[in-house]
Design a protein around this ligand. Structure first.
Ligand code: NAP
Ligand code: ZN
Length: 341
């Protein structure tokens, strides 16, 4: 856990709530390391509350279920993503929209549940989650490489589906990191023509292996000339403020630029290119619980998991440092068995 923005992560003890009738108790086996974990642990966006236990790409095994739990059984492999409660459980929001219902959304960590208790994430031995926010991990999908699907996977699947990526569509993925590499696999599996826009060409061979048809460096100004008016959909996974206008110039008529990465500062946008060619500038955050279960089935069907580097929890600080400088291909996953050692 982190005790402040500058403390780093240290071993510590947290209390999970006593499980109620509606709860699933999960022994965590694996947890992915999302860039959001780093940003929130270090309070890069403001609003972090300490002590903070990060982790929202959780896979584990059910240890116990409450009396009202019907869908999960002891010993089953399950997942938990970025939120552990929402407006649906209060009867105020439809299932498919509750992850956008800011009033009632309960993040897996750095939030408060509906009873006012702080939430702590998956860099931990266990977690207690309401059954409506637990996901089934399909058989045959390895737990370690599945963990990043619970955040990175759904964050990319949802906009790819919403903007109808598929045959005949040209999709660009900006940033080949944890989110970006899964987006390439998914968009390729959906049948779209996929282009990676990376800072350099250093990951070009990986791009081809992951399913990209084209790969260009954004550091080369020629890229923005060559690819003007090309894409139906551009998914930006970079957590930094970019020259959005340059990317809007890569959209064809009616194309959409969708922001997924979370920069710590604002950017600016020219209205004219949006107006002239009815282009869309949008954003998207994770996805609903039913959509996440659908995404897991899609990944199982197409053999999609994350490319991972497994680490013991003792190496989390060096993993954060490497993640900060983009030195991971493409997701760290903590083997939680290391926690007791
Ligand atoms: P990541 O693994 O660090 O990948 C980010 C990639 O962006 C890097 O691999 C790099 O790719 C590129 N990049 C990094 N710094 C850059 C810069 N200054 N300029 C241009 N490109 C840069 O991170 P991640 O876990 O995929 O997360 C990406 C972002 O999405 C973070 O901001 C995270 O907080 C956010 N996020 C949002 C949601 C959501 O619901 N919308 C969910 C999860 C995460 P190249 O080397 O290929 O350029
Ligand atoms: Zn995440």
């Amino acid at each position: 856990m982190a005790s402040s923005a500058t403390s780093g992560l240290q071993p510590g003890t947290i209390e999970r709530r006593e499980p109620g009738a509606d709860d699933v108790v999960i022994d965590i086996t694996h947890c992915g390391v999302c860039h959001t974990d780093l940003s929130q642990t270090r309070n890069e966006w403001g609003g972090s509350v300490y002590p903070l236990v990060p982790g929202h790409e959780i896979v584990g095994v059910v240890r116990a279920v409450g009396a009202a739990v019907r869908e999960f059984r002891v010993g089953e492999r399950v997942g938990v993503g970025t939120f552990v409660d929402g407006g649906h459980s209060l009867g105020v929001c439809a299932r498919e929209h509750e992850h956008r219902d800011h009033k009632h959304f309960v993040p897996t960590y750095n939030g408060k549940d509906h009873e006012g208790r702080p939430t702590y994430g998956g860099y931990a031995q266990s977690i207690v989650v309401k059954q409506g926010y637990v996901l089934h991990i399909p058989d045959g999908v390895p737990s370690d490489a599945a963990a990043p699907l619970l955040c990175a996977g759904i964050t990319m699947y949802s906009p790819l589906r919403h903007w109808k990526a598929g045959p005949g569509k040209k999709v660009a993925v900006v940033g080949l990191g944890g989110l970006g590499h899964i987006a390439v696999k998914m968009a390729h599996a959906m049948g779209a023509e996929v282009t990676v826009l990376s800072q350099s060409l250093s990951k070009q061979a990986d791009g081809a292996r992951l399913g990209a048809d084209h790969f260009h460096a954004t550091s080369d100004p020629e890229t923005f000339k060559k690819l003007a008016d090309t894409f139906d959909l551009i998914l930006v996974t970079v957590g930094a403020t970019l020259d959005w206008n340059a990317y809007i110039g890569l959209l064809r008529m009616d194309g959409a630029l969708v922001l997924l990465g979370i920069p710590s500062g604002p950017g600016s946008v020219d209205a004219f290119p949006l107006i002239a060619s009815r282009k869309t500038l949008s954003g998207s955050g994770v996805g609903s619980i039913p959509e996440c279960q659908e995404m897991l089935a899609f990944c199982a069907k197409h053999g999609i998991v994350s490319d991972i580097e497994t680490i013991p929890i003792q190496q989390i600080e060096s993993a954060f440092e490497r993640l900060a400088r983009g030195d991971v291909r493409y997701r760290f996953v903590i083997d939680m068995a290391s926690l007791g050692k």
